[in-house]
Design a protein around this ligand. Structure first.
Ligand code: FES
Ligand code: FE
Length: 433
């Protein structure tokens, strides 16, 4: 495998080799050096609120179960029986006391421990057999203000170090009042025939596409008020450890406005002073302004709509999306329901804006498969704005949201992970907040 950074990824000039979007051996290395190594988002705490609650998802291509055990700990473990490998849970979510494997009936607790099996005595009479050796393989689990992350790499630094100062930005959404947030019930699952990095790079810093891709959709939803207004005045891109957020500070409801629901706008405007008092003017605007964000490698969200989504890789040419709507717990049931409907109208498999995006990512992925095409480069060089070195905002900050800066930093991070032998080779930004 050739070196990624400096060879397939030139993060300084913004020149990216298309082979990272289509080649199988590069994809296999992504599973090993990125997904099996990183902290991956697996659930919101509200999805496993009570003892017995579980949901299933993936870390890379590894199926995992997220549970709430009796001691109220959150557990993440492989959804694969250590006896012959069968899946132990086929449901997306639910409530159980234990997981019983379909094949031979081994039974596992909510913490993954092997509790028993049919004809127990066969194993009781097996010299050296110890049930405690054969539980479901567990991941490390840590949370940040409701978001649950897991990693299979026991040498990974803490989640706090991994997120670094990006936590300061995340608080705009996760910690702007005393009650915190929750996911509305239900997970939307869909499959796109695209490389997982297309949606990740789109959310980490590509508002540029909205001026063109979403023009028709925005006008259709908003009628005469449609049209997408984005400028480099009063806007920024911020990046920390490859996690990125591009955002406007013109107002606190720009994204939400395209859901076309006046009651949501009223709610957001009414909360601006309170959030400004708690978090300051910039983050009070970031809560809902025109913007998008991605936590490396593949958890993305949109302020305002509060759609959260993971891009789960299924080979170099396919991605499974799991999406949810995050809401402030303190909002009324009516406002939460308006958010649910607004989010579904815009960012769901049938949402008018999500369909706009998916078509582009699928066509780009398909085009890159061509033998001559895959040996060409992609242009990530747009740099119309200066870096903001004032230190007012944490991380690497650029003055304007129409730039490829965050995407270059995302792929720089991608290269650092892909080329690293161990976590010691991966640089971490200092924590300042
Ligand atoms: Fe699970 Fe045999 S494969 S009990
Ligand atoms: Fe889009």
């Amino acid at each position: 495998m050739q070196k990624i950074l400096g060879n397939l990824v030139d993060a300084e000039k913004g020149i990216i080799d298309r082979r990272i979007f289509c080649e199988q051996d590069i994809y296999e290395l992504e599973l090993k050096n990125i997904f099996a190594r990183c902290w991956n988002f697996v659930a919101h705490e509200s999805q496993v609120k009570e003892f017995g609650d579980f949901i299933t998802t993936y870390i890379g291509e590894d199926a995992v179960i997220v549970t709430r055990a009796k001691d109220m700990s959150i557990n993440v473990m492989l959804n694969s029986c250590p006896h012959r490998g069968n899946k132990v849970c086929f449901a997306g979510e639910g409530k159980v006391r234990s997981f019983v494997c379909n094949y031979h009936g081994w039974a596992f607790g909510l913490d993954g421990a092997l509790n028993g099996m049919p004809a127990n005595e066969l194993y009781d009479n097996t010299p050296g057999f110890d049930k405690s050796d054969w539980g479901l393989h567990r991941a490390r689990v840590e949370t940040y203000k409701g978001l649950v992350f897991a990693t299979f790499d026991h040498s990974a630094p803490s989640l706090e170090t991994f997120l670094g100062d990006f936590r300061w930005y995340l608080d705009a959404i996760l910690d702007n009042d005393d009650q915190g947030t929750e996911f509305l019930p239900g997970t939307t699952r869909s499959v796109m025939d695209c490389n997982w990095k297309y949606p990740a790079d789109n959310f980490v810093g590509d508002i540029y596409h909205a001026l063109w891709t979403h023009l028709g959709g925005a006008e259709a939803t908003l009628a005469p008020y449609g049209g997408v207004v984005v400028t480099n005045e009063d806007s920024y891109q911020a990046s920390v450890n490859g996690h990125g957020w591009e955002f406007s500070v013109a107002n606190n409801f720009g994204n939400a406005a395209t859901m076309g629901d006046k009651e949501i706008i009223k709610y957001m405007r009414a909360r601006e002073d309170e959030i400004t008092a708690k978090l300051g003017d910039v983050r009070a605007k970031m809560w809902g302004s025109v913007g998008s964000a991605c936590i490396f490698p593949s958890l993305a969200f949109l302020p305002g709509y509060f759609t959260f989504r993971t891009f789960l890789p299924k080979g170099p040419n396919q991605t499974e999306l799991h999406t949810w709507t995050l809401v402030p717990k303190e909002a009324s049931d009516e406002i939460k329901d308006r958010w649910r409907k607004g989010c579904m109208r815009t960012f769901s498999p049938t949402g008018i804006l999500e369909m706009d995006d998916g078509e582009n990512w699928e066509h780009a992925t398909a085009a890159n498969k061509g033998l001559v095409t895959r040996n060409q480069k992609l242009c990530y060089s747009m740099s119309p704005v200066e870096q903001d070195t004032s230190g007012a905002l944490p991380g690497t900050v650029h003055k304007g949201q129409l730039t490829d800066a965050n995407q270059r930093l995302f792929f720089k991070r991608y290269g650092e992970f892909m080329d690293a032998e161990t976590w010691d080779d991966i640089p971490m930004a200092p924590i300042t907040r």
